[in-house]
Design a protein around this ligand. Structure first.
Ligand code: GDP
Length: 362
C-alpha cells in the first residue's frame, strides 16, 4: 500500500471524454395519427393500446380530436352496453383502491374482464388526480383481464362525467364485461356516478360514535349495497355491530325504486374476506332487477337524462353566446337594481331576443 500512488475517486482522470448529455439511441417515437376506422377496429379487436389511445382522444380538449372522438363513439355505440356497470364510493381512506383491487381480482378469477374508471372531483383543485397519481391497485393493474384508467382531469364535473361515460362505452366494446366507476365520497360526484351505473356500492367503516355520521344521508339513499370494510383483527366485532345499525337505519329510508332491499355486508379488502359475498350480492341484484324490468328501465332513464342534459347545455351555450343577449343582460341588470324593471320583465326582454325563446304571439 505504501508504494502505491495516491488514488482518489475525486481526482480528475485525464483523457476521459465527457459523455453526451443526450442518449444517442433515443429516437422520438413518431405519433402516428390513427384513422377512425383504425380506432374502431382496434377497440373491437380488444387492442388495449388502441383502447387507451381512443380514451386519450376522448379526453382531449382539442376540437379536432373531439370531432374524431365523436365519430369513433358513434361507430362503437352498437357494440356497447354488454356489461355490468358498478359504481363504488366512500370517503378517502375507507379502502376503495384496496377493495377494488381485491374485488377486481376475484371478478377476473371468475372468468370476467374488468375495466376500472374513476371520477375524481378533486383533480380540479390539485390539477392532478389523487385517484390516478397514487400507485394504486398494483396487482390488478398487471392482471391481463383488467384495465385501469385514472380519472380524466377537467374543469367541470359534467365534462368529466361525459368523458367517463364515453370511456365506458369504448371499454365495453373492447370486451370488458364488468366496469367499475370509482369516486371519492365527498360531494356531487356520487350523483353523477349513480347516473351511469347499474349498481351503486357505498363503502363504509365501522367507526366510534354515531354510525351514520361522515357520509351524507342522500348518498346512503342512493346505495344498492353498503359494505363495511376493514372487518378484520380487533375490528370484526365493531363491524358486525355497525352492520346491524345500518340495517335498522335503512328501514327508515323510503323504499328503493328497484324494489331491491339494500344489502349490508362486511368485508376485509386487505384479508380478502367477505368479497365473494359482495360479488354474490351484485349478481343477485342483477337477476332481481332483470326479472322485474328495473335493470333495463334504469338504463333507458339514464339515456333520456343524458339527452335532456345535452339539450340544456347546448341551449345554454348558444343562447349566452348571442352578442345581443350579452349586451341586453348588461343593460337590464342596473334597471333591476334601480327597481325600474322587475326581474321577470328583464328576463322576458332578454329571452325575446331569440326567436326560440320568445313567448308565442297571440
Ligand atoms: P382509499 O383512499 O379509499 O382508496 O383507501 P386505500 O385503499 O388507499 O386504503 C387506505 C388505508 O386503509 C390503507 O392503509 C390500506 O392498507 C388500509 N386498508 C384498506 N382496506 C383494508 C382492510 O380491509 N383492512 C384493514 N385493516 N386496512 C385496510
Amino acid at each position: 500500500m505504501k508504494n502505491q500512488p495516491f488514488q482518489s475517486a475525486l481526482s480528475v482522470q485525464e483523457g476521459v471524454e465527457q459523455p453526451s448529455q443526450v442518449n444517442p439511441n433515443f429516437r422520438k417515437k413518431p405519433t402516428v395519427d390513427l384513422s377512425v376506422e383504425e380506432y374502431v377496429k382496434g377497440i373491437l379487436d380488444g387492442n388495449r393500446v388502441i383502447l387507451s389511445r381512443a380514451i386519450t382522444l376522448i379526453e382531449s380538449y382539442n376540437s379536432k380530436h373531439a370531432e374524431k372522438a365523436q365519430r369513433v363513439i358513434e361507430k362503437i355505440l352498437p357494440y356497447s352496453g354488454n356489461s355490468l356497470r358498478i359504481g363504488i364510493t366512500g370517503v378517502p381512506g375507507v379502502g376503495k383502491s384496496t377493495f377494488i383491487e381485491t374485488l377486481g381480482k376475484y371478478i377476473t378469477s371468475q372468468g370476467n374482464k374488468i375495466a376500472v374508471l374513476a371520477i375524481d372531483p378533486s383533480s380540479e383543485r390539485t390539477k392532478g388526480s389523487i385517484l390516478g397519481d397514487k400507485t394504486r391497485m398494483e396487482e390488478l393493474s398487471i392482471d391481463p383481464n383488467a384495465f385501469i384508467r385514472p380519472s380524466p382531469s377537467g374543469h367541470n364535473l359534467g365534462g368529466v362525467a361525459r368523458k367517463t361515460r364515453e370511456s365506458m362505452i369504448l371499454c365495453e366494446a373492447a370486451g370488458f364485461n364488468v366496469i367499475i366507476v370509482e369516486t371519492v365520497g365527498v360531494g356531487q360526484s356520487e350523483t353523477v356516478v349513480k347516473s351511469m351505473v347499474d349498481f351503486f356500492l357505498l363503502l363504509m367503516l365501522a367507526g366510534a360514535g354515531d354510525e351514520l355520521q361522515g357520509i351524507k344521508r342522500g348518498i346512503m339513499e342512493m346505495a344498492d349495497a353498503i359494505v363495511i370494510n376493514k372487518a378484520d383483527g380487533n375490528n370484526i366485532k365493531q363491524a358486525s355491530w355497525a352492520k346491524a345499525q345500518y340495517k335498522s337505519a335503512l328501514h327508515l329510508f323510503p323504499p328503493t325504486d328497484s324494489g331491491w332491499e339494500v344489502a349490508v355486508n362486511t368485508c376485509s379488502a386487505r384479508e380478502h374476506t367477505g368479497i365473494d359475498t359482495v360479488w354474490d350480492t351484485i349478481q343477485d341484484f342483477v337477476i332481481f332487477t332483470q326479472q322485474n324490468g328495473f335493470f333495463l328501465q334504469q338504463r333507458n332513464e339514464q339515456l333520456i337524462a343524458i339527452f335532456k342534459e345535452w339539450i340544456n347545455n347546448q341551449l345554454d351555450q348558444y343562447f349566452y353566446a348571442i352578442p345581443e343577449v350579452k349586451t341586453t343582460i348588461e343593460e337590464v341588470i342596473p334597471l333591476i337594481k334601480e327597481k325600474t324593471m322587475t326581474p321577470y320583465q328583464a328576463g322576458s326582454k332578454v329571452l325575446n331576443i331569440s326567436r326560440i325563446f320568445a313567448p308565442p304571439k297571440r
